[in-house]
Design a protein around this ligand. Sequence first.
Ligand code: OXD
Ligand code: MN
Length: 584
Amino acid sequence: MSIVNKKLETWVKELSDWTKPDAVHFCDGSQAEYDSLISRMLESGTLHRLNQDQFPGCYLHRSDPGDVARVEHCTFICSQKKEDAGPTNNWMSPDDARAKVWPLFKDAMKGRTMYVVPYLMGPEASPFSKVGVEITDSPYVAANMRIMTRMGKVALDRLGDSDDFVRGTHSLGDLSPERRFILHFPETREIWSVGSGYGGNALLGKKCHALRIASVQARDEGWLAEHMLILAITTPAGEKYHICAAFPSACGKTNLAMLIPPASMPGYKVETVGDDISWLNFGDDGRLYAINPENGFFGVVPGTSSKTNPNALASTKKNSIFTNVAETPDHLPWWEGHDDPAPATLTDWKGGEWHPGADHPAAHPNSRFTAPIANCPSASKDVESAKGVPIDAIVFGGRRAKLAPLVYESFSWQHGTFVGATMASETTAAATGAVGVVRRDPMAMLPFCGYNMGDYWNHWLSIGDKPGAKLPKVFHVNWFKRGADGKFIWPGFGDNLRVLDWMIRRVKGEDAAQETPIGYVPKRGSIAENGLNVSAEKWDELLKVAAADWREELSGIDEFFAKFGDKLPAGIREERDALAKRLG
Ligand code: OXD
Ligand code: MN
């Protein structure tokens, strides 16, 4: 394919001189090109063909066993000033990056093909969409980018001869964890990623561009780039509402985005606009409108079943790439939590023989599917909406075995910003490191905010100050409260609709809440209970706000806020003090 953008051509030439690929391929995003990428990977053993009768167009990739998740300790913000990365990001100066990391790209593509992947984040017709170009030596990355973004010609057409695109340079390098770096240059809108082929580290359109770089663009341009799903709910009365929700990685965003209403709540319809990232811009009416910059799902596989998420399951039945799941002798993908029990013998995610009862899971806990949104039975037609969908409610949440009630509503936008800023959650397998440890994860953006989190909160507050803004209500949920027996109290999944329904009624102004020190909590009986088997004691536990526990939480919050020094916005401090006062 020939390209006409001189800046892009010059950059590609510079990079190929440095990395020395055997060939350079400009991706046009066509089906024929995708098919030939797949054929090459089947030949080289990078992909394995799954059972084409049951999973047409589906393949399995087994990654390097040491390269299976995001690596936060190798992820850096390379702003000119350290202060601009803030206390929650790793920082490397651009000069150090050039001295230390750039040499890792030298000759790195020898013996490989360099793929130039132009992509558009956001709908083709949307003025809010942004162009990026990823240069990679991984055909797996190029193929995944075709599923996850609008790739090729559509992006080049949008770009024209403009210089306004995010430049992403990716090489597998030698896949060594010691030489693995994911660098972001917010001032020059550049990304360098070396040493990993894992989605969140290597599909640069996703976390690196659509969150870390876009969060900086959003700050500069007056919008929000957030780690949020987007869903639409139509009520039995035919009214439509839209919700954005931010949960940390592997805490159920995909499940919530694809929720199927329980049989006991007839007449509701839930549609999926996005499952991971949301870009929110003001409309002329002062409301926030969300687009999903992505075109596919990169979802966690284990635990996905016809009970937990039939829509995700259906999404993976064709034209999808599975990474690090197990494989049955019939070449079907299998994972822990699958509908079918494990057969007597499996090939595990590392390619070894596996039998039920083995001392390790057959599928990696962070094994993933990459699937087109168009495959999803609940996909909304608004996935292509140029303007985006108007947001009625923003929801924050995390995994907390104790403390946070099932749901509460903030008092105001400023208080909602504080609620987001003080979010905490138990860690999951989506990133390397210990699992199950409570950590602060403001707005679920801890690993994804491309600048100082204090400035980021300030930006959130400034969104609230925009003249004429008609802002969504802000809520907090916790599906993960555990009882004394250690079991989850709330049934979750489809029944989460009951909580969303309560939020919608609050948006409409229904008197269904009571004031507590942390916010408005549902009045007993105000969450639809028909067909639900939750005892009175469990409701007590679910809706409890224990002042002593929250006072303890506040000291954890203070410790966290102390890291920000004078970057902590006055509005956040005000909310902190007001909460302390209410708690007594
Ligand atoms: C993801 C993540 O892959 O948050 O979406 O890690
Ligand atoms: Mn995510």
